[in-house]
Design a protein around this ligand. Structure first.
Ligand code: NAD
Ligand code: USQ
Length: 481
């Protein structure tokens, strides 16, 4: 796809960040040029030209000079003597919605955190002309602000995990005990725009994860992989969904097998491929892994992100990256009818972003055994799209909003009325205390939407990516100027 793109989001280098550059030759490409050859075309006016050779390949050292001497293992003491070594957690995708909240939470809990991110998600936003409802700071400023507020440091590696050389450097430099892997293209609609985005999504996600597996094998065999999967891997079967495995008796013989997968977008399919690759390497190489099959995440605030505006998390509401409940809250706030696709009986597992961070912490604190491929279904409640529209309408009324709902012709191919009963007990058994969807949470989400309603681009609300109309040619349609 090298012909497709000649753009980059130039990474501005604050003086305090040490970076290293790699000369370009035919074998080595920079993080951004690797995206330039992999990301699909831009159709917006923000096209920029790559400036060679002075773009950032990766930041391989701590964010500021005074942090350069952070010891590899915790050597601090308290009045009772030396404290135990904090775990070193590499958060891949740590600049994203789930990853940023998780990085802060783990840092707050005294884990040593390294954020690894290519910033490609910020590039998608530029390409599609979409933006977070909430203003978000650069990752460098986020990390600096966190240090200023708490004294806690995070290391930052900017690069593409599909570039194995970059990933190897990050592994060798940080020596993680745990890798939490959020770093994927995570939008189903994005993966259904056109051929090049479908290919990008599967390449980015499957090869990125494969590289992480090889890096663990090569540099950090004991490392526990905590990988974000998705409930959408299972689809909507007409039987109960188990946590990863199903015991089947067939022709008189019984076995426990991976639960059947019926994903319904090229994105969701990339997660299925990831799960198979991880399961295989656990068996073949003895890797220890936890696949967190997460449901749809809602909310934006966590204890840490609310400490300062520069720590604020992203809040997607557009038709490509926005997810159901968050979208409905923004729609209610700006007087747009709630966009229920089709009949609205589509039922999924949902969870609060505060529970995402809690679940990841629980998975880290209770690691898988060597060779074990563990699967947890990570959600707290099930709702249909109609249920969500009803809840937002009720909560909106209390705030004096007049909320309407429309049925939009479903742009996706999915069951609109179906059985859905998914097990989700394993994280509860480990100690998860769910934040269930309450009136007060809806109230607070609606208030965030109202606070930033002037930032809403109304032209980005309606869905315009059709599962059936996906074509070979790059599509300009998703960009609305
Ligand atoms: P996001 O788009 O906000 O964040 C993903 C981050 O990963 C971005 O910062 C992006 O720049 C980075 N990234 C992508 N490809 C990369 C690469 N090759 N190298 C380095 N960094 C890369 O997404 P999110 O909502 O935070 O989702 C995080 C993970 O959780 C994804 O794997 C997603 O599939 C999973 N998940 C999300 C939800 C949800 O509702 N948001 C639900 C279930 C599962
Ligand atoms: N939907 C509407 N109206 C909208 C938006 C969505 O009716 O305005 C419907 C969709 O058709 C779908 C359901 O709501 O049936 C959920 O859609 P979504 O956009 O909220 O979430 P989805 O595309 O499934 O993807 C999100 C994340 C993805 C994650 C997944 C978890 O973007 O990264 O993997 O949730 S799960 O759904 O369990 O697979």
């Amino acid at each position: 796809m090298a012909h497709l793109l000649s753009s980059s989001c130039a990474v501005n280098l604050p003086p305090a960040i040490k970076t290293y550059f790699r000369p370009r030759n035919k074998h080595t490409t920079s993080c951004l040029s690797s995206f330039a050859s992999r990301t699909p075309p831009i159709f917006t006016s923000c096209r920029r030209t790559l400036q060679e050779p002075n773009f950032v390949y990766a930041t391989a050292t701590p964010i500021s000079k005074e942090l350069e001497h952070i010891p590899k293992s915790g050597s601090s003491t308290n009045s009772n003597g030396p404290i135990s070594k904090p775990k070193r957690v590499m958060v891949i995708g740590g600049d994203g919605f789930c990853g940023w909240a998780t990085s802060l939470h783990l840092s707050n809990k005294n884990y040593e955190v390294a954020v690894v991110d290519s910033l490609v998600r910020r590039l998608f936003d530029h390409q599609l002309g979409v933006d977070s409802l909430t203003p978000i700071s650069s990752i460098q400023n986020r990390i600096r602000r966190w240090k200023a507020l708490t004294g806690k440091t995070m290391q930052l590696y900017i690069g593409d995990i599909c570039d194995f050389e970059f990933l190897s450097e990050a592994f060798k430099s940080f020596e993680p005990d745990v890798v939490v892997h959020f770093g994927e293209q995570r939008s189903a609609p994005y993966s259904m725009i056109d051929r090049s985005r479908a290919v990008f999504t599967q390449h980015n996600n499957v090869i990125g994860t494969l590289n992480v597996l090889f890096a663990i094998k090569e540099f950090s065999e004991e490392c526990h992989l905590v990988k974000l999967g998705t409930m959408g891997e299972y689809g909507t079967p007409n039987i109960d969904i188990e946590e990863g495995y199903l015991t089947i008796t067939h022709n008189g013989r019984t076995d426990t097998l991976p639960y059947p997968k019926q994903a319904s977008s090229f994105y969701h399919l990339s997660k299925v491929h990831d799960s198979h690759n991880i399961a295989f390497t656990c068996k073949a190489w003895g890797i220890r892994a936890t696949d967190l099959n997460q449901g749809v995440v809602y909310g934006v605030r966590t204890d840490e992100t609310t400490l300062h505006e520069e720590l604020c998390n992203r809040f997607d509401y557009d038709g490509v990256f926005g997810t159901a409940l968050n979208r409905f809250c923004v729609q209610a706030a700006v007087g747009h009818p709630l966009t229920v696709y089709g009949k609205g009986g589509q039922t999924r597992g949902y969870l609060d972003i505060r529970d995402t961070v809690q679940c990841v912490e629980l998975a880290i604190a209770n690691p898988a055994k060597p060779g074990e491929f563990r699967v947890f279904n990570q959600f707290t409640e099930q709702f249909s799209v109609n249920d969500l529209a009803g809840l937002v309408t009720k909560a909106g009324k209390k705030l004096g909003l007049e909320v309407q709902t429309i049925s939009v012709p479903n742009p996706r191919v999915e069951a609109e009325e179906h059985y859905y009963n998914a097990k989700h007990t394993k994280l509860i058994e480990l100690g998860l205390k769910p934040h269930l969807l309450s009136d007060s949470l809806l109230d607070s989400l609606l208030n965030v939407a109202i606070q930033f309603k002037d930032r809403v681009d109304h032209s980005q609300i309606m869905p315009n990516i059709s599962w059936k109309k996906i074509g070979v040619k790059p599509r300009a349609a998703p960009v609305q100027l």
